[in-house]
Design a binder for this molecule. Sequence first.
Ligand code: FAD
Length: 496
Amino acid sequence: DAVVHWFKRDLRIRDNTSLSKASVLAKERGVGVIGVWIMSPQDWEAHLISPVKCDFELRSVEMLRQELGELDIPLHIEIVEKRKNVPKRLVELAKEWEVKNVFCNLEYEPDELRREERLVKMMLENGVNMEVWHDDCVVPPGSLKTGGGKQYAVYSPWFRAWVTYLHSHPHLLGERPMPDSNPMGFRDKFAKLFEGKVPCAPASKTLTEEENERFTQMWPAGEAAALDRLEHFLTEKVVKYKETRNFPALNSTGRVSVHHAAGTLAARTSVRMAQDINTTKKLDSGKDGVKGWIGEVAWRDFYRHVLVHWPYVCMNKPFKFEYTNIEWEYNDVHLHAWREGRTGYPIVDAAMRSLNHTGYMHNRLRMVTASFLAKHLLLDWRLGEQYFITHLIDGDFASNNGGWGFSASTGVDPQPYFRIFNPWLQSEKFDEIGEFIRTWVKELRDVEGKAVHNPYQAGGQAKEVAKKNGYPKPIVEHRFARERCLARYKMGIGRE
Ligand code: FAD
């Protein structure tokens, strides 16, 4: 007998609810824990997971395997091509190992919920107790209700409720105990299970050798790297977070989204560690930087809660129904220009090129580029949502969908539709001296001064450099785009 923990988006040993519970039960029974990780290439395809994210997960699984090994806990690794066969395979493994208890953490998207429901039933039919734990959110979905008993659809009151709930339920932030080492002799008895090897990525997700090196260096995987990054941020940067967070050239944010997405770091750990260094030891008072940062991590919970209450957001529908009828443009040339960072709007292009090269984009720029796609180019926001998820290393359905809904004004608690970012003003405000633009748009490196924000409009030296280096002119005219967007949105939502 042993207790099995199925690792999914929780590729860590520390502060892992289900793994911790599995270890407690195993200890009570004097047995060991077996970890399982299953790669389903079809599942990765279905979820449009980016190759960089797959690579990051595979590297994290290898770290996890090694760390578990130090506790004499094996990580059994398998490939199950079809995702619908994963539950069946888990039941077979439980039977093969003669285990009576299988644990995992809950994932909230409809497909995953259905899978878990089926799995629990199948396990029960086979005499196996299956336990599924809340872990991914700091506050489990379903815990917070408005005075009228409804789910919040606005972030600010939701956040106040989130804070109050956590202050009155401090155990939710408590660190889950580390799993114990497996009993003596376990390794010998289950020697075969320790032979697991991390597979290569499926063909469609494979990186080139150069990309592999680049991303490995840029994004060290595994939970030790996650904790290093978090600690560094909390000691060096968080105090200034409020003033610096919007400036992409400053590298002043936590850069832990990749770890939250892969589960190499629990959002709970981030919030707890931030609260611990806060002067008031609270979530919403004390140092501005700390409470501001906690508020950002809370957005991740917010979008998950939204997804649980309104699962149709997972089905390609806008949160706000009245935005279903907006008539989008169909323009592949524009879509390609946006993807490749050749729109003629330097801040947009710099942002898109940074995404294509690093798998990451700064939050301010995610908003600028998303707004540009949906409002300036008037292309369906879902095309952008899809491009992001297929290229981000921190791709996460709920946060990405929420961010796109916010920026395109179609989502929960969005920007009002008539608020249309002016990319040049955003650029001047958040990349004042053009440092970020010059890093990513090589054609404009030699442009002097502020003309870098809009070289063709500025004329003179800027225009000459841009032209000489083949930098494109703006693919849409700002004023025209703004008017078109207002008219089309108004018409779509029936306000005219
Ligand atoms: P920090 O500023 O250090 O924030 C700390 C943590 O809080 C982040 O790691 C993240 O987990 C969470 N967080 C911060 N802002 C948000 C937010 N607006 N929504 C949800 N969680 C947030 N985030 C993803 O993790 N995956 C995505 O696929 C994703 N897609 C996005 C798409 C768009 C159009 C927009 C506008 C935002 C998107 N975000 C996404 C949110 C945000 O941009 C990133 O979480 C953030 O840039 C990550 O950098 P960081 O770790 O340095 O963040």
